[in-house]
Write a protein that binds this ligand. Structure first.
Ligand code: F3S
Length: 644
């Protein structure tokens, strides 16, 4: 039996595990990327590992999210990332150079390689035939240090494309159709491969639009084959030598199969407030619009913006509409400027923004209250635009541009004949905004620039023989990562400042918790069922680590949070009998004798409640790797040990 495209790349990078669906596999990672909002923490974690230089083939740090710099915090983060990159062998894409996924596709992506990035849309790289995953900052730090990236072996899904897109129907309409078919949960635990004759008619940036929004399907990742179209793209980027042919075997088998006839598709829109709430534009009708935003890592390529410029040429944006356009990269921006398309965009009255995530990450351009905004982005969850009652529709650049002129949602096919635009034979190549790291012999001389917002990463100790601490907090069922470590725009700029964040830890449950931790120096948290549900936010483990939390005893844990606790070196324990939860009061003195031995040997773990004079058993279900991680004091220490 042959292999799928993804299975081939997985097998070529397999460091541990077997490839049966659901088994844990460890993969060698060739490339990493970070963006600034998550990157600062990833680099603090990398520093804490003590590895002098990255061990990946290529690691790139991008600045594209928090570029407004309304306070010193973001600028401090940028300078920190720049200096870390220079010292530790990482390429640095300066603010203004573009959105991480767009730039990575243009300048660094290579077919057949593995990529992880601390951003959920890293699967964009699948457009060029990479196996690319969105991951946590700690995972990226570990990969930079040479450690494997662990995932559960996903199911394989094939979507066979036939036919050719009709005029004015675009790659965005393809992925919207996939979302309509499979829903936002349809890709969970799966890798989506695109195949069939129809693939050949899609350029690499179009394929990347499709793999980008695989994240909205919840897919582990999405991937296209690497073919002559891929070779042409790389050649036009001056990187033909990076090309390699890649496709699935004829006799590969898939867990699920779907088919889409490209010629049957119509321009579509994802209606508020979910990317899978998809309808054809002509069926939605001519609703009045207030705003149009074109850009983001989904739709800001040269092809996208050239089509937009052609539509806008000689026209004026409707008086009731605000149109903003953010090119995806400096390369795109520069090419539009050089060939005159930018002049057409400006003349039409578009508000041109810098090459960055911009409105997609809520950096400006919130719509008016109750306003209708058409966006070429990938997400339209309620409130993400910054306007709680804003109504966001996700559309193609063509639909967005035509509608901006008309003032109402408009099917671009009404424009009649389409002026076709081809990819250039040569892109404008100028990597002057990508800074190479210092050569090995000079890296020691590079000074890390730490502004006041950059605070050290909390270090955990190897697991003690015995844990003795008070139950500093007792909480009920369904505690979310938002309860443990709230997010929100006021806190976002402080992601690299764990001491500052720690004052908000469990603030919604008990404002005095951080003060008690400081006074005691160490503690245990007691929780109910489904502790840590909600998100993969690693700060919900790192901040308790900083505050001295040694263990959490709960009725049950959300899976990802339990993994994050282990990564941080905090022991997650579950009550053998739920009733024992009732036998603990906040501030009881607890003792876990010989916990280290029990974790190492998988033996029974007993909790002694010294205040009540009682004892009860708890469980700690761990894989061998997780056991070793806890003994080492978390993932970073474990990776350091492995590297020695
Ligand atoms: Fe940036 Fe939005 Fe993509 S925040 S990385 S443009 S999803």
């Amino acid at each position: 039996m042959g292999d799928t495209l993804a299975q081939k790349i997985i097998k070529a990078h397999l460091l541990s595990g077997d490839t049966a669906v659901g088994s844990e596999i460890g993969l060698k990672i060739d490339q990493t990327l970070t963006q600034d909002a998550t990157g600062t923490m990833a680099y603090l974690e990398f520093e804490a590992m003590g590895v002098p230089r990255v061990k990946t083939e290529r690691s790139v740090a991008y600045i594209d999210h928090n570029t407004l710099q309304s306070g010193f915090e973001n600028a401090d983060d940028h300078r920190f990332i720049q200096s870390v990159a220079k010292k530790h062998g990482i390429y640095f894409s300066r603010p203004g150079n573009g959105i991480c996924h767009q730039v990575h596709l243009e300048r660094f992506g290579k077919p057949g390689k593995t990529l992880i990035g601390s951003d959920s849309h890293t699967p964009t790289g699948g457009g060029i035939g990479m196996l690319a995953f969105g991951a946590g900052g700690l995972d990226v730090a570990v990969a930079m240090g040479g450690g494997p990236y662990y995932i559960s072996m996903p199911k394989m899904v094939r979507i066979t494309l036939s036919g050719k897109l009709r005029p004015w129907v675009s790659a965005k309409d393809v992925i919207l159709e996939v979302l309509r078919m499979l829903s936002v949960k349809g890709g969970v635990g799966k890798i989506i491969e695109y195949a069939g004759e129809g693939v050949k008619s899609l350029t690499v940036p179009e394929r990347a639009t499709i793999t980008n929004m695989g994240a909205e399907l919840g897919a582990t990742t999405s991937i296209f084959p690497s073919d002559e179209v891929t070779r042409e793209f790389l050649k036009a980027q001056g990187r033909e030598e990076d090309w390699a042919a890649l496709s699935s075997d004829e006799d590969a088998t898939y867990d699920e199969e779907y088919a889409i006839d490209l010629s049957s598709l119509r321009p579509a829109a994802a209606m508020p407030h979910s990317p899978d709430n998809v309808k054809a534009v002509e069926d939605i009708g001519k609703i009045k619009i207030d705003q149009v935003c074109i850009g983001s890592c989904t739709n800001s390529s040269y092809l996208d913006l050239m089509r937009v410029a052609r539509i806008l040429k000689g026209k004026t944006v409707h008086p009731d509409v605000s149109l903003s356009i953010a090119p995806g990269s400096k390369q795109v921006y520069n090419m539009l400027a050089k060939n005159g398309a930018l002049a057409d965009i400006i003349a039409a009255g578009a508000r041109v923004l810098e090459c960055a995530c911009g409105p997609c990450i809520g950096m400006g351009q919130s719509p008016n209250s109750g306003g209708v905004s058409l966006r070429t982005f990938n997400r339209n969850f309620e409130g993400r635009s910054g306007t709680a009652d804003g109504k966001i529709y996700l559309v193609s650049p063509e639909t967005a541009a035509v509608s901006a002129i008309a003032g109402v949602l408009t099917d671009p096919r009404t424009l009649g004949e389409m002026v076709s635009i081809d990819l250039p034979e040569e892109f404008l190549i100028n990597d002057n905004m990508v800074l190479a790291p210092a050569p090995v012999e000079e890296m020691d001389k590079v000074e890390i620039l730490r502004g006041p917002n950059i605070k050290p990463f909390p270090q955990s100790e190897p697991l003690a023989d015995t844990i003795a601490a008070k139950a500093l907090l007792k909480v009920g069922d369904n505690i979310t990562t938002d309860h443990i470590m709230p997010a929100g725009s006021k806190i976002l700029p402080y992601r690299s400042n764990i001491p500052y964040l720690s004052q908000f830890c469990f603030g919604v449950c008990d404002k005095e918790f951080p003060a008690r931790c400081k006074e005691e120096g160490k503690g245990i948290v007691v929780g109910g069922s489904n502790y840590g549900q909600g998100s993969s936010r690693e700060h919900a483990a790192l901040v308790p680590l900083y505050l001295g939390v040694k263990a959490v005893i709960a009725k049950s844990f959300a899976r990802i949070h339990a993994a994050n606790l282990i990564n941080a070196g905090i022991v997650p324990l579950t009550f053998e009998k739920d009733a024992d939860y009732d036998g603990i009061d906040q501030m009881d003195e607890l003792r876990l004798p010989e916990i280290r031995k029990a974790i190492a040997e998988g033996g029974e773990i007993v909790v002694e409640n010294l205040t009540k004079g009682t004892k009860f058993p708890v469980r700690c279900e761990l894989s061998k790797r997780q056991r070793e991680m806890l003994l080492a004091g978390g993932l970073l220490n474990y990776t350091k040990l492995q590297a020695e």
